[in-house]
Write a new protein. Structure first.
Length: 138
């Protein structure tokens, strides 16, 4: 498959997954993580989202040297997105393990939610800055 086709599939997948991840995150924040189905939806969707982000980075930077390549990006939005994305993933792992063991919301889960919202705001800014990609006809 051509790289341009892979980018198209990856980026459109990221767009859809972003909307569902954001909606489920807002739902969890509004209900203080009540509702088993919402928590599982968020875990599954955000796991898929993380996989799509990794695919996106691999398409851009191959499979090595991501940290130095992200650090040297010209766009401050992209650099900050990498920082907050990393923090969001680390807190997601901790929060998920805590939730699987206790089935309760934790303070680290609250931090994860705030970091995730900052990451999503930056990701939306990143996408808006590249909106021409989505307006193309093939």
């Amino acid at each position: 498959m051509k790289k341009s086709t892979q980018f198209r599939i990856c980026n459109w997948s990221l767009l859809g997954l972003t909307l569902v991840a954001l909606a489920s995150g807002i739902q969890l924040e509004a209900t203080h993580s009540q509702g088993l189905a919402w928590v599982w939806l968020h875990i599954v969707v955000c796991s898929l989202f993380t996989g799509a982000v990794i695919w996106h980075l691999a398409l851009h930077f191959k499979w090595s040297g991501w940290f130095s390549k992200l650090r040297s990006q010209k766009s401050p939005v992209t650099r900050w997105m990498a920082v907050f994305g990393g923090l969001t993933i680390v807190t997601a792992i901790i929060t998920t393990v805590h939730w699987l063991v206790t089935a309760t919301h934790s303070p680290i889960g609250g931090l994860h939610g705030k970091l995730g919202f900052i990451f999503m705001a930056l990701a939306i800014g990143h996408t808006v800055g590249r909106i021409k990609f989505y307006n193309r006809r093939r």
